[in-house]
Design a protein. Structure first.
Lengths: 105, 105
C-alpha cells in the first residue's frame, strides 16, 4: 500500500446489471449514504449519474466520489464491517466496477 | 448527451503502457496541465497516482480530475483542437483509459 500525505479521493465507478430497477439503484445509493457516519475519516460523499458527454465511459453509469482524511482512513473504511456488509449487498447488483484512490495534486 | 445543471466533474483514469518511462509520464502530465488555460469553463485540474489501497483498481495507475462549469464546457473541451492534439499525443501511450462525467450530488 502506497503512502499518501493529505486527503485521499476514493472514486468508485459502477455499471449496474441489466434488469436492476431504478428503485433498486436508489436503494443502493441510499444505503451507501447511510453508512457514511460510521467513518470519521470520510469527509465528503458525493455521487452522480454518468452524463455521456463523450463516448469513453466504457459502460459505467454511476460515479461515487468519497474524500477521506488519510490513506489509513480509506483502509479502515474498506475493511470495516459496515462497509463489508454494504459491499455484499451492492456488488452483486453490478455488471462491473472499478475503484481508485489518489491524493490530488 | 444528458443535461446537467451545475458543475460537471470529468474523471479520466489511465493505465500507461509497459515501457513508458517516468520521464514520458511526467511529460504527459505537464502537457495536460499546459492546455488548461485554453478552457474558460475548466475551473480546476488535479491529478494523482493510484495508491493501491484496495485491489479494485483494474490496473489503472493515474487519475485526472477536472471540474467544468457546465456540460457545454466539457463538450467544448472534448472537441477543442488543443485537446484533440493533446489526445493524439497522450492516448497512444496508454494501455487503457476510461472517462466519466457527472454532476456531483
Amino acid at each position: 500500500m502506497a503512502k499518501g500525505k493529505g486527503e485521499v479521493k476514493h472514486i468508485f465507478l459502477a455499471q449496474f446489471k441489466e434488469g436492476i430497477t431504478d428503485e433498486e439503484k436508489e436503494e443502493c445509493i441510499k444505503r451507501f449514504q447511510s453508512i457514511v457516519p460510521h467513518f470519521p475519516s470520510l469527509k465528503t460523499f458525493k455521487w452522480g449519474e454518468e452524463l455521456s458527454i463523450a463516448n469513453f465511459d466504457q459502460g459505467f453509469t454511476h460515479v461515487f466520489d468519497l474524500t477521506f482524511e488519510s490513506v489509513e482512513g480509506v483502509a479502515q473504511y474498506i475493511s470495516h464491517p459496515e462497509h463489508v456488509a454494504y459491499a455484499e449487498f451492492f456488488l452483486p447488483k453490478l455488471e462491473k466496477f472499478v475503484a481508485v484512490d489518489y491524493t490530488p495534486k
